[in-house]
Design a protein around this ligand. Structure first.
Ligand SMILES: [Zn+2]
Length: 167
C-alpha cells in the first residue's frame, strides 16, 4: 500500500443506516426509531509517524502524523463518531525500534485518542505474526485482520520454512 505517496488519509464520511425497502410498515416505525447517523473518521498509512518527522531523512515530514490526527479528531469527534485506522501503522520511520517496549508508541497514541478499530495493513506483517499480535494485544479497541492476509502470510511462512529445510 505504500506507493511513495505515504499520504495521511483523513476521510470523513457520514453514513446513514437506511431502512431496507422490504421492511413491513409496522417494523418501519420501529426501525426508524433505531436509525442513527454515524460519522466515521479514518486514517491510514501513518507508517510510524508519531509526530510529523521523518527520522531517515532527519527532517520534518509533510505526510502527517498521529499527533496531527489527534488535533483533528478532537475538533471533529461527536458522540456518534467511529474512529478507525486502516493500517500500515507500525512499519517505517524507525517504528520497529519500539517493538520491545511495554506498548508501541503508535498504539499508545491510538489508545489515547480512543480509536475504535485498527485494521491490519499489509506492512503490519513485515515483522511476523507474533510481533503483530503482541503489539495489537495492547490496543484497547477492536483489532481486525483481513482473513486473506492471514492465509497469504501463512502460505509465505510455509514456503520460507520449506526453503530453509531444503538449504
Ligand atoms: Zn502504506
Amino acid at each position: 500500500m505504500r506507493n511513495g505517496k505515504k499520504k495521511l488519509l483523513s476521510v470523513l464520511l457520514a453514513a446513514v443506516l437506511a431502512i431496507p425497502a422490504s421492511v413491513p410498515a409496522a417494523n418501519a416505525v420501529q426501525a426508524a426509531a433505531a436509525e442513527k447517523e454515524i460519522q466515521i473518521l479514518a486514517t491510514s498509512d501513518l507508517h510510524g509517524k508519531f509526530v510529523a518527522y521523518d527520522y531517515a531523512m532527519n527532517e520534518e515530514s509533510k505526510s502527517g502524523s498521529v499527533a496531527q490526527v489527534g488535533t483533528l479528531v478532537k475538533q471533529k469527534r461527536t458522540d456518534n463518531t467511529v474512529l478507525i485506522d486502516v493500517g500500515d501503522t507500525i512499519e517505517s520511520n524507525s517504528a520497529s525500534l519500539f517493538f520491545d517496549e511495554e506498548i508501541h508508541p503508535m498504539i499508545a497514541a491510538f489508545n489515547l485518542l480512543n480509536y475504535d478499530v485498527w485494521v491490519a495493513g499489509n506492512h503490519e506483517f513485515n515483522y511476523g505474526i507474533e510481533t503483530l499480535l503482541k503489539t495489537a494485544a495492547k490496543f484497547t479497541g477492536a483489532f481486525c485482520v483481513e482473513m486473506s492476509m492471514i492465509r497469504i502470510t501463512r502460505q509465505l511462512e510455509k514456503r520460507i520454512h520449506c526453503l530453509k529445510e531444503m538449504v
